[in-house]
Ligand binder design. Structure first.
Ligand code: PLP
Length: 392
C-alpha cells in the first residue's frame, strides 16, 4: 500500500466552525518551528497573552491559550473551580449547556439545572430564582453564544446576578469571542473559555481562557488537588506565568500558536468593536437574502447571534441532499441541526473571515439552486439583491 500526501480542496466554510482561515494565518502556521523554551518563542507567548487580554477586554493576569480545543477550555474551567460537593447552577438552552452539565457531574459537583427553551436565551428570571433557592451555590455556568441554536444570552445580566449571590460566573465564549460584544472585566466574568476556530478564524485546536482574581483565589483555596494534571492552572502558570523562569509543563503547539498570534493581530488591526459591527452588518445582509428565499429564522431577532444563523429547512426540502449539493458542486459547507434540531434546521455560520459579502452571495445562489433542484420555488437574483440592499 502506498499512501500519498493529503491535498484538501479549498472549501468555503459557512457552518458552525471551523470558519474560513485567511491565507495570512495559514502562512504564519508554516513559519520555522522554534523550541518551546526559546527566548524568541517566549516573547511571542507574552504578546499572545496581551492580544488575548485585548480580545477578552480584561486585565486578568491568568489569560492564555490552553493547548487543546474549546472543550478542553471548558474542562479547564470546571476542573479548577469545582471540587467534589460544590453546588453549580448550570444553564441549559442547547447542546453546549448539556456538555457543561456533564463536566459538573464528572468533577463531583452538585448541579442545579436551569432549563430554557432551545432557540431562546437563558431565562434570567429562572436563574435568579435558582440562585435565591440555592444560597450555597459556588458557581453559575452558562453558554454566552449557543452554537447549537444561534441564541445569544445576556451575559452581563447573568454575571451581575452571580455577583449579587456570591457566585463565581463561568462563561462559554467559544462562539462569541470576536463576534459579539463581550466584556470580561466590565461584566465581572470570573472564568471564561473560547475557541480558536470560530470568530477568530484560526485553525481549530486552541482554547483561550481567562480567570479573574476571585477565580484564582478560589483555585488557590481548593481542599483537593485539581484532578486533571494537564489542566491544573497552578501548573500551567509555571509555563505561561509572568516574568521569572518558564518551567517545562508540556510541549506547546508552537506553530499553532503562531497562527493564533496572527489571527489576534488581524483582530487588533481591524479593531474589536469594528469586528463586532462587521458580524452584525453581514448578518443583516444574510437575513435579508434568506428571508427573500422564504426561509424563516429559529431565533427571535433580538436574541440572534449574527455569526450563527439557525434557519428552518423549508417543507419538502431534503436536508442532507441540499448540504451534499452545496459541498460537492460549490465546495460550500453549512451546518446541520444538532440535538433537538437535527433534521429540522440548518446552521449558517458567518464567523470571522467567513463574514464577508462574497460568501453571502455564494451561499444565496448555491442554496437557491439546490432547493430549486428539489422543486422549491425561489429566486436567487432577488435574494442577492435583497442582501446587497441591506448593506446600507
Ligand atoms: N462550546 C460551544 C458553544 C461550541 O460551539 C463548541 C464547539 O463548537 C464547544 C464548546 C467545543 O469546542 P471544540 O469543538 O473546539 O472542542
Amino acid at each position: 500500500m502506498s499512501i500519498s500526501s493529503f491535498h484538501p480542496p479549498k472549501r468555503t466554510l459557512m457552518g458552525p466552525g471551523p470558519s474560513d482561515v485567511p491565507q495570512r494565518i495559514l502562512d504564519a502556521l508554516g513559519r520555522p518551528t522554534l523550541g518551546h523554551l526559546d527566548p524568541l518563542f517566549i516573547g511571542m507567548m507574552d504578546e499572545l497573552k496581551s492580544l488575548l487580554k485585548y480580545a477578552f477586554k480584561t486585565e486578568n493576569e491568568l489569560t492564555l491559550p490552553i493547548s487543546a480545543p474549546g472543550s478542553a477550555g471548558m474542562e479547564a474551567c470546571f476542573v479548577n473551580l469545582v471540587e467534589p460537593g460544590d453546588k453549580v447552577v448550570v444553564c441549559i438552552n442547547g447542546v453546549f449547556g448539556k456538555r457543561m452539565l456533564e463536566n459538573v457531574t464528572r468533577t463531583g459537583g452538585v448541579p442545579v439545572i436551569v432549563d430554557s427553551e432551545w432557540g431562546k436565551p437563558v431565562d434570567v428570571a429562572k436563574v435568579e430564582a435558582a440562585l435565591q433557592a440555592n444560597p450555597d451555590a459556588k458557581v453559575l455556568a452558562f453558554v454566552h453564544a449557543e452554537t447549537s441554536t444561534g441564541a445569544v444570552s445576556d451575559a452581563k445580566a447573568l454575571c451581575a446576578l452571580a455577583k449579587q449571590h456570591g457566585c463565581l460566573s463561568l462563561v462559554d465564549a467559544v462562539t462569541s469571542l470576536g463576534g459579539v460584544e463581550l466584556r470580561v472585566d466590565e461584566w465581572g466574568i470570573d472564568a471564561i473559555y473560547s475557541g480558536s476556530q470560530k470568530c477568530l478564524s484560526c485553525t481549530p485546536g486552541l482554547s483561550p481562557v481567562s480567570f479573574s482574581h476571585a477565580a484564582v483565589e478560589a483555585i488557590k483555596a481548593r481542599k483537593h488537588p485539581v484532578q486533571s494534571w494537564f489542566l491544573d492552572m497552578n501548573l500551567i502558570l509555571g509555563y505561561w506565568g509572568e516574568g521569572g523562569k518558564r518551567a517545562y509543563h508540556h510541549t506547546a503547539p508552537v506553530n499553532a500558536l503562531y497562527g493564533l498570534h496572527e489571527s489576534l493581530v488581524i483582530l487588533q488591526d481591524e479593531g474589536l468593536e469594528n469586528a463586532w459591527a462587521r458580524h452584525a452588518a453581514m448578518h443583516r445582509c444574510l437575513a435579508a437574502g434568506l428571508e427573500s428565499l422564504g426561509i424563516r429564522f429559529v431565533v427571535d431577532a433580538d436574541s440572534r447571534l449574527p455569526q450563527l444563523n439557525s434557519v428552518y429547512i423549508p417543507d419538502g426540502v431534503d436536508d442532507a441532499g441540499v448540504r451534499q449539493q452545496l459541498l460537492e458542486k460549490h465546495n460550500l459547507e453549512i451546518g446541520a441541526g444538532l440535538g433537538d434540531f437535527a433534521g429540522k434546521v440548518w446552521r449558517i455560520g458567518l464567523m470571522g473571515y467567513s463574514a464577508r459579502m462574497e460568501n453571502i452571495r455564494l451561499l444565496l445562489s448555491a442554496l437557491a439552486e439546490a432547493m430549486q433542484a428539489q422543486g422549491y420555488d425561489c429566486d436567487a437574483a432577488a435574494a442577492i439583491a435583497a442582501a446587497e440592499a441591506a448593506q446600507g
